[in-house]
Design a protein around this ligand. Structure first.
Ligand code: PBG
Length: 328
C-alpha cells in the first residue's frame, strides 16, 4: 500500500472540526427579503407559483415585517403591483404624490426606523406597455426613459428609501440618478444597481405576482443575453464609474460564474438576486417530495455566497432563518 500521508478526511472527522473549517457562512444581516405590495387594506393573496409568498396590502406587509425583524431580518426590498387604471405610457403614477408605494416606504421607515428599505426603480409595474422604459413603435427609448427614472427615484428618496434599486437596464441610468439625487440633497441615498440583469425565463412568477409582463415584445434589447459573461464586466465598470454603491447579478443560480467574475473585478459589495423562478423550482420539487426542501434552500444559498455574493436577495430569507432558529 502506497497511501499518501495527506488525508483531507481528517478535517471532516467530527461535527466540531467540520464547523471549524467551514468556509462559507450566511448572516441574517446579509439577507434581503422581498415584499410584493398592493393598494388597499387588510388583503393578502398567496402567489400560486410561489407558495409562502404573498401579494399584500401595506398594513399586512408591516405585520410580516415585524416577524422578520424579530428574526434579525431587517433588509426589505419592496415591489408594487399597480392597478391597471393607474398605468400609462410614462409610468407617471410612480411619482404621483398619492402613489401608495411611496406611502409604503414612509410607513415601513416610520414603523421600523432601523430597517433598510430598498426600492425598485423601473417603469414596468406602472407602464401600460409593461416595459422598463418608454416604449415607442417597437423600441425602448433609452435617454427619454432616464428623466422618468429620475422623477421616480427622487419621489422614493423623498419618501425615505435608504437604497434605490434601478432594475431597468437603461444605459447611463446610474450616473443620471446619482446626479439627480445629489442635486436634490440626497447624497446619502445609495444606489444598488442591477448591473448584470439577464433576460431570463426565471422572472416568470414575479411577473405573475405583479401583472407586469410586457404587453408586446420582450426585454432582449435591454436585459443581457444569457450566453454573455464578459459583457457583465463592461456593465460593472460603467456602474462603478457612474457611482453605484452595490453591484447586482440577477438571476443567481444559473449565473454563479458571473457572481464570481464581478467579485474579482470590483471591490464594491456584490449582491445576488435569487429570483422568483428559482424559488418556484425548489418549492415545486419539494411539494412533490422529490427533494428535501430545507437542505436544498441551505445548499443553494451557500452556493450563491460561495460564488462570491456578499448579500443575497431571496424569497427564502424568512423561512431559512426560522428553520435555523428552530434547529439551534
Ligand atoms: C422589473 C423586475 C423584475 C424582477 C425584479 N424587478 C422582472 C423583470 O425584469 O421582468 C424579477 C424578480 C424575480 O423574478 O424574482 N423591473
Amino acid at each position: 500500500m502506497n497511501l499518501n500521508t495527506k488525508r483531507p478526511r481528517r478535517n471532516r472527522k467530527s461535527e466540531a472540526i467540520r464547523a471549524m473549517v467551514q468556509e462559507t457562512h450566511i448572516q441574517p444581516s446579509q439577507l434581503i427579503y422581498p415584499f410584493f405590495l398592493m393598494d388597499g387594506l387588510a388583503q393578502k393573496t398567496e402567489i400560486s407559483s410561489m407558495p409562502g409568498i404573498f401579494r399584500q396590502t401595506v398594513d399586512m406587509a408591516l405585520l410580516e415585517a415585524e416577524a422578520c425583524m424579530a428574526l434579525g431580518l431587517k433588509n426589505f426590498i419592496l415591489f408594487p403591483a399597480i392597478d391597471e387604471q393607474h398605468k400609462d405610457r410614462y409610468a407617471s403614477y410612480s411619482y404621483h404624490p398619492e402613489c401608495y408605494y411611496l406611502r409604503a416606504i414612509r410607513e415601513f421607515k416610520a414603523r421600523f426606523p432601523d430597517c433598510t428599505i430598498i426600492t425598485d426603480v423601473a417603469m414596468d409595474p406602472y407602464s401600460s406597455d409593461g416595459h422598463d422604459g418608454i416604449y415607442e413603435n417597437g423600441k425602448i427609448l433609452n435617454d427619454e426613459t432616464l428623466s422618468v427614472l429620475d422623477k421616480m427615484a427622487l419621489a422614493q428618496a423623498t419618501a425615505g428609501a435608504d437604497i434605490l434599486g434601478p432594475s431597468d437596464m437603461m444605459d447611463g441610468r446610474v450616473g443620471h440618478l446619482r446626479k439627480a439625487l445629489d442635486a436634490n440633497g440626497f447624497n446619502q441615498v445609495s444606489i444598488m444597481s442591477y448591473t448584470a440583469k439577464y433576460a431570463s425565463c426565471f422572472y416568470g412568477p414575479f411577473r405573475d405576482a405583479l401583472d407586469s409582463a410586457p404587453k408586446h415584445g420582450n426585454k432582449l434589447s435591454y436585459q443581457m443575453s444569457p450566453p454573455n459573461a464578459r459583457e457583465a464586466l463592461i456593465e460593472a465598470a460603467l456602474d462603478e464609474e457612474e457611482g453605484a454603491d452595490f453591484l447586482m447579478v440577477k438571476p443567481a443560480l444559473a449565473y454563479l460564474d458571473i457572481i464570481a467574475k464581478l467579485k474579482s473585478a470590483s471591490n464594491l459589495p456584490i449582491v445576488a438576486y435569487n429570483v422568483s423562478g428559482e424559488y418556484a423550482m425548489i418549492k415545486a420539487a419539494a411539494a412533490n417530495g422529490w427533494i428535501d426542501e430545507q437542505r436544498a434552500v441551505e445548499e443553494v444559498l451557500m452556493s450563491i455566497k460561495r460564488a462570491g455574493a456578499d448579500i443575497i436577495i431571496t424569497y427564502f430569507a424568512k423561512q431559512y432563518l426560522q428553520a435555523r432558529l428552530a434547529k439551534a
